[in-house]
Design a protein around this ligand. Structure first.
Ligand SMILES: [Mg+2]
Length: 390
């Protein structure tokens, strides 16, 4: 960007000096008109290139503040991919984390994005949703990679146009819900300690799916008056979900996320009918076609744009769910401010937010939205508001 600025400065200075008559006219030698022609040709080539996108991929290691455990296992680091789209010196960013449960690796994301490089580069960003649709046939097999590219496209588009993405969508930040803070599965003492480490949140999301779920919740209830929500991450049976829902309601829990395995479509009607608490789909609501499948089996859906394939389809999923009268939620992975700030653009469309991914990592690589005791504050920057720190 510095060299472009210098070039721009020299070009503008030259223009000003010429316009002011400060550059003395001089006679050309016979060879000069030819050089002038070449210069003009080079300028034309340069200017035709200057309004096109360039794609850059990089990989980063995010360290988690604690070993993070859900019903499926424990992690201490997250490998994440940052997608950069640059046009005219302006950079848009998107993020996708590596995720073994979904079979997502840096290698297969890189391969998917290299497969569309020639379609992305050499053209200007003009309509991120149209770009998403055009590239969908090539990227639909890797929604995480598709998401990172889509985030970068929206960030770049907003920055070039001079607006935050939420504003370009005609949304308002007047009624955004706070984010919860997530407490991963651990010993009861450690779970209580994690809650005390992040005091003041109006809502805590607690990962369950253990043999002592109710003891955990009773201990946490003694530690705070905040609202609780539960994420069972597919860890319960039908009877367990229904039975626990009554005790959990008494303990101030507002809903249960994904009690049964993703494909338990036949079992969900009983839970939907008999649970004392609303049930929200997460693993069962991955892509756009899942919204209709979840309607009538869940009271709401949690949209994760990494699984949906980006902001473009994620926004459509939330709008579809709202039309159906379902509750809406946005979630995240343990990811940096790049991904979280992109997801936050959808905040005006949801009832519940789970965007605490940046609070779970020790070495953020960017700036963007900030979270203070659940309140999400948007930065002044346009696009998704992301600035990379490295
Ligand atoms: Mg979940």
């Amino acid at each position: 960007m510095a060299s472009r600025t210098r070039r721009q400065f020299l070009k503008e200075s030259l223009f000003t000096m010429t316009a002011m008559g400060a550059m003395p006219a001089r006679r050309m030698s016979a060879a000069e008109p030819r050089r002038g022609l070449e210069d003009r040709q080079q300028e034309r080539i340069a200017s035709s290139k200057s309004h096109t996108m360039k794609l850059t991929l990089s990989t980063h290691e995010l360290k988690t503040r604690h070993p993070f455990t859900i019903s499926r296992g424990t992690t201490t680091t997250k490998t994440t991919m940052i997608v950069e789209l640059e046009q005219d010196g302006i950079r848009g960013y998107g993020e996708a984390v590596q995720h073994s449960f979904y079979g997502i690796t840096i290698e297969n994301m890189t391969s998917a994005l290299e497969g569309v490089r020639s379609l992305v580069e050499g053209r200007p960003i003009d309509d991120p949703a149209a770009l998403w649709k055009e590239l969908d046939p090539k990227l639909s097999s890797n929604r995480f990679a598709q998401n990172a590219l889509d985030q970068a496209a929206w960030d770049l588009y907003g920055k070039l146009r001079g607006f935050p993405v939420w504003k370009m969508w005609g949304l308002s930040l007047d009624h955004c819900p706070p984010t919860d803070y997530t407490i991963g599965i651990d010993s009861i003492d450690k779970m209580v300690a994690k809650l005390h480490e992040m005091p003041g949140f109006p809502v805590y999301k607690v990962k369950l799916g253990t043999d002592n779920d109710l003891e955990i919740m009773q201990a946490l209830r003694k530690a705070t008056d905040a609202v609780f929500r539960i994420d069972a991450n597919c860890g319960w049976t039908v009877d367990e979900a229904i039975e626990k829902s009554y005790a959990l309601k008494e303990l101030g829990v507002e809903f249960i996320e994904q009690p049964l395995p993703r494909d338990a479509w036949k079992e969900m009607p009983k839970v939907y009918r008999e649970s004392a608490l609303p049930v929200i789909a997460d693993e069962s609501s991955q892509t756009e076609e899942d919204v209709a499948r979840c309607d009538g089996l869940f009271h709401g859906i949690n949209v994760k744009i990494a699984k949906a394939g980006g902001l473009t389809p994620g926004k459509r999923m939330l709008e579809d769910a709202r039309r159906r009268g379902m509750k809406t939620m946005i979630g995240c992975f343990t990811e940096s401010s790049v991904g979280i700030s992109a997801i936050a653009q959808l905040l005006p469309l949801v009832d519940y937010a789970d965007l605490d991914g940046i609070l779970l990592i020790a070495n953020d690589i960017a700036t963007g939205v900030t979270i203070d005791r659940g309140k999400i504050t948007f930065p002044k920057e346009n696009g998704t508001g992301v600035r990379l720190l490295q």
